[in-house]
Ligand binder design. Structure first.
Ligand SMILES: *[C@@H]1O[C@H](CO)[C@@H](O)[C@H](O)[C@H]1NC(C)=O
Ligand SMILES: *[C@@H]1O[C@H](CO)[C@@H](O)[C@H](O)[C@H]1NC(C)=O
Length: 991
């Protein structure tokens, strides 16, 4: 059996490496019990198969070499020639001694496996409350138990010491001391603990509610149910595997089948319990149990194979080199893999990590491991009776690997810097100015219709739509600055060129003929706008606003019907693989040199099927309210290989720094456009109401022509200026009673009021991930959210050369330094089951309803998504206050505003909220006994507020909404025209 030792060792290291690097992103943990049961069954099958084939193959090989295969150690076991050649079955498993003890251990093993799976499920259910576990100490425990077990009968050997130097004696004493392994293993465990603590992602804002018991029950479960059970599990395995120290084929077959059967019985018991649970539970839960998402299956199979492989290798390693060394290798490989990957991905000052300590700790662990192997080999050479040593001579390969790792870690250490020489936000503000200038330079060039037409052709590679001259006139009469850049319309409409006008008409009709769809119709006939039948009265104002808006330019629009989304949530997400070819078709549409007719086709009206008086009862939409929508809808617009589609960031306890890195500079958000792209952010699946549990989500994967006020990335709705803003539902209107004072007279607090209306929390704790809840929780004084990061000057900084450092502060300290007032108003909405009370307790006390115009008294106004876009943002922008915006949804104006020039962007995860606020508001107080007096950049804040206000007054007026909408509808008119190719505007430049 010795020939399995090397493969097992290598397999153990490789498997642990692979598991550590992929486990954090697997979909398999979405259903921990399913995955565990499958993994256990396959492990059992593997072990039982191995027990059948491995010893026999081994024996044949040895027989072929003329080796005497009858092992002396096996004499205790029943052995008749007939029996020996047969496979050991369950009943056949017999043991040399203490059969009762073995049976007990066997039953204990089965019980522990079952309990471990139950614990796993409980911990995963509230993983955001998980803390670091004590698993690191397991090897040390086994080393101590080895030491206690072997102490009897050993005496130190001092002979021959007189020939050695003092150092030699000392080394030899230590290396031969009976507790030498305990020392070395202890050193490695301590080193690994330090390495892990110094490379930790900051915590997320996902809520671990203080008012619920999970804050203490989950860590308790992790320690008692996790670490302790693992120790017992390993003890049982060690006992079963190594009870017969003689390593013959016979005993290998024995332990393989014993462990195999134990695992098999545990898996069967778990399946029976699962089945029973299924039959006693509600239909809702039943459905949840049996729905298996496709991403899960594939991910679970991969993890399953990897687990079987690693677990089998682990068992063989326990067999060959003992539990202590095996767990030590596991710990070492896992720690080095995870910490090195982290160091590799994070060379920058944020997230905070003590690169020096981390490097020292890993180096110590590597050194101690090498010494450990050498000591083992030495003891092995001097005492042949113990055949447990990993190596008889430590192979060069091991030194090489360790050396390589050491080199890599030194390089990573040297590369890491923990100081910042300038404030990232200074840089971002400077960059944003350039970006905004570049935007103006390309969006406002045209000064005549001819130039506008020319620029349209160069930009979009086709002729402008019919009546473009009328649009130009309309826009210039209303002094629109933006004439050329309407890329957002192009982005929205591109895929629709792949549909025929008839298909578009049909799909529009399907949408507005059934009121269940929550889509309202508007008909344009002979330059008049009318509301179609079947409109819910509550949304009447919205359609009235639209009619008013379109009324200004309806005379230039062709006859057509339009479908408007009445819900806040967006609707249409076409799979990336389908929509990309459609976009390509769109790009190929038209010819900038074609001669076209400047008129829509006549006789368009009869082509639109009338809306039936009696609603139809078919629908192209699927009801998805109250469900998780990220995998089925949110991410389908992303490339298949993107993290959003291929990874599942299930660890809610730590910030996904690889998700934020592409759009962040340190803790600050650096690229607003990219931040809205969820393809590199698999973690937002758990961080927004739209993805966790939307209130009204009726969606489709078919390209349906529906107009929405806002949408998240990957959705194909067509954006239009919201009637909410157009109709001044929320408006900037300061008065005597609620004035908008000068910047310096404002209260220097970050302010937010709102309701829990982002999504519905029907009873499974979905609220814990929603953006509004998370931000309020971050700022709430009576809860313990995790420690927060801000940038503070270090003692080394001077006036000319600032040296800043990210500093982690406890939430209470940071709250005492920076004034925030974020609260929910009146009562908890959109909740069910226990989630109403849980939220009421966690967010108590709720604020009194306040007057909207009261906002202007505060310097910093936080703006957060609701179930859709936030209707307050535009009024905020028009005021003298500075808006801070965190949003998933994007609106029609997104290209027009530049983050850091017109408003302050925040990441949805909230990790930068305090640092950004401290940049503007300054820090003045005592932190850890040190007095800090950092002046805020209030001047910058005031400037952004002013520039944003002025810019909004130029490009986000009611007129600008009309101009934008006019242009959308002209393009839409061409798209729905049977003569699409032959119409357009080709005049004005002489062609
Ligand atoms: C932000 O990201 C977008 C999309 O990837 C990119 O085109 C743009 O150049 C980036 N902007 C800045 C300022 O880096
Ligand atoms: C500023 O606002 C906060 C929170 O709303 C309030 O507690 C505080 O008293 C206000 N400060 C001043 C000077 O009005």
């Amino acid at each position: 059996m010795d020939r399995t030792k090397w493969p097992a060792l290598i397999g153990l290291v490789a498997g642990t490496y692979q598991l550590t690097s992929t486990f954090g992103n697997t979909f398999a943990v979405d259903k921990p019990v399913h995955s565990s049961v499958v993994a256990l069954f396959s492990l059992a099958a593997t072990l039982l198969l191995l027990s059948r084939f491995l010893p026999r193959a081994d024996q044949q090989a040895r027989n072929g070499q003329g080796y005497n295969a009858v092992p002396l150690q096996d004499v205790h076991a029943e052995q008749t020639p007939r029996r020996r050649s047969s496979t050991p079955g369950f009943q056949e498993v017999s043991y040399p001694s203490s059969l009762r003890k073995l049976r007990l251990v066997f039953l204990l093993l089965v019980a522990v496996i079952c309990a471990r799976v139950a614990v796993l499920q409980q911990v995963f259910a509230n993983i955001q409350c998980a803390r670091r576990t004590w698993e690191v100490a397991i090897p040390l425990l086994f080393a101590i138990s080895d030491y206690l077990g072997s102490r009897r009968g050993t005496s130190s050997d001092t002979s021959g010491e007189h020939t050695l130097t003092l150092y030699g004696i000392w080394t030899r004493r230590i290396l031969q001391a009976p507790y030498r392994y305990v020392l070395l293993v202890g050193a490695i465990c301590v080193a690994c603990t330090i390495a892990i603590t110094t490379t930790d992602s900051p915590a997320t804002s996902y809520i671990c509610a203080t008012t619920l018991p999970y804050t203490w029950s989950v860590p308790l479960l992790q320690h008692i149910g996790g670490t302790a059970l693992d120790v017992v599990l390993l003890f049982c395995l060690g006992f079963l595997i190594r009870q017969d120290e003689g390593k013959s084929e016979r005993s290998a077959a024995l332990w393989l089948s014993t462990v195999g059967w134990a695992v098999m019985i545990a898996a069967t018991l778990l399946s029976i319990c699962g089945g029973a649970y299924y039959f006693v539970s509600d239909p809702e839960i039943r459905r949840a149990i049996i729905t298996i998402p496709s991403a899960f299956t594939w991910s679970a199979v991969k993890l399953d194979l990897l687990f079987c492989f690693t677990a089998t290798c682990t068992l063989f390693c326990i067999y060959h080199i003992g539990t202590t060394t095996t767990t030590l290798l596991l710990l070492f490989t896992a720690t080095v893999t995870s910490t090195t990957a982290f160091a590799w991905a994070h060379p920058h000052p944020f997230p905070i990590r003590s690169a020096g300590y981390g490097f020292a700790a890993v180096s110590l662990a590597m050194f101690a491991l090498i010494v450990y192997f050498n000591v083992e080999a030495m003891s092995n050479a001097s005492d042949r009776s113990s055949s447990n040593a990993t190596f008889t001579r430590v192979p060069t390969l091991v030194y090489l690997v360790i050396l390589l790792l050491f080199g890599l870690r030194s390089a990573l250490w040297v590369q890491h810097d923990s100081l910042v020489t300038y404030h990232p936000i200074d840089l971002l503000i400077w960059e944003a100015k350039q970006q905004h200038d570049a935007y103006i330079n390309q969006s406002t060039i045209s000064t005549s219709l001819g130039e506008a037409v020319h620029n349209y052709r160069t930009r979009y590679n086709r002729q402008p739509p019919p009546n473009f001259d009328k649009w130009y006139e309309y826009a210039t009469e209303r002094t629109s600055i933006i004439i050329d850049d309407f890329d957002s319309i192009e982005r929205d409409l591109l895929p629709f060129y792949a549909l025929s006008p008839e298909e578009i008409r049909e799909r529009t009709w399907e949408l507005i003929s059934n009121p269940w769809n929550d889509a309202a119709g508007l008909s344009i006939r002979d330059g008049k706008v009318e509301i179609s039948p079947h409109v819910v009265p509550t949304h009447r104002w919205m359609l009235d606003g639209l009619v008013e808006m379109i009324g200004f330019f309806a005379e230039w629009l062709p006859d057509m019907d339009l479908a408007f989304n009445l819900n806040d949530e967006c609707r249409v997400a076409v799979q990336y693989e389908d929509v990309e070819p459609m976009r390509a078709q769109g790009r190929a549409f038209g010819d900038p040199t074609a001669s076209v007719r400047n008129a829509f086709s006549p006789d368009r009206a009869p082509q639109w099927t009338p809306i039936p008086e009696e609603p139809i009862d078919t629908t192209p939409l699927t009801e998805l309210s109250f469900q998780r929508t990220f995998q089925p809808f949110g991410s389908v617009g992303c490339p298949p290989s993107s993290p959003a589609r291929s990874q599942n960031r299930w660890s809610l306890a730590s910030l996904c720094t690889t998700c934020t890195a592409p759009h962040s500079h340190g803790v600050a958000l650096s690229n607003w456009t990219l931040a809205g792209n969820i393809c590199h952010q698999p973690d937002v699946a758990n961080l927004h109401g739209l993805y966790l549990s939307p209130a009204a989500f009726k969606g489709s994967h078919n390209l349906l022509p529906i107009f929405s006020q806002s949408k998240a990335h990957g959705f194909n709705d067509i954006l239009y200026p919201s009637a909410w803003n157009y109709m001044d539902k929320a408006v900037y209107r300061p008065s005597e009673e609620y004035p908008d004072p000068d910047w310096t007279a404002k209260n220097s607090t970050l302010f937010w009021r709102g309701a829990t209306s982002e999504g519905v929390s029907p009873g499974s704790g979905q609220w814990k991930g929603m953006t509004r809840q998370r931000f309020v929780h971050l700022a709430s004084p009576n809860t313990t959210s995790p420690s927060q990061v801000i940038l503070l000057p270090t003692s080394r900084s001077t006036n000319t050369a600032p040296r800043l450092q990210y500093t982690s502060l406890s939430p209470s300290v940071v709250r005492s330094l920076l004034p925030v007032d974020l609260q929910f108003v009146s009562s908890i909405l959109r909740c069910g089951g226990r989630d109403c009370d849980d939220q009421a307790a966690e967010f108590a006390p709720l604020a009194e309803p306040s007057e909207f115009q009261g906002h202007w008294g505060y310097k910093y106004l936080l703006d957060l998504d609701g179930a859709g876009f936030s209707g307050r943002f535009l009024p905020f922008l028009h005021s003298n206050s500075l808006p801070f915006k965190a949003a998933l949804f994007r609106e029609w104006w997104d290209d027009r505003l530049t983050a850091w020039v017109h408003f302050v962007p925040l990441d949805l995860r909230g990790q930068g909220m305090w640092a950004t606020l401290s940049y503007f508001a300054g820090v003045n107080g005592t932190i850890g006994g040190k007095q800090f007096e950092v002046e805020g950049r209030g001047v910058e804040g005031e400037r952004i507020a002013r520039v944003g206000r002025e810019w909004a007054g130029k490009v986000l007026r009611r007129e600008d909404m009309e101009i934008y909408f006019f242009r959308v509808l002209l393009e839409w008119g061409r798209l729905t025209d049977e003569a699409r190719e032959g119409i357009g505007y080709s005049g004005a430049d002489g062609s």
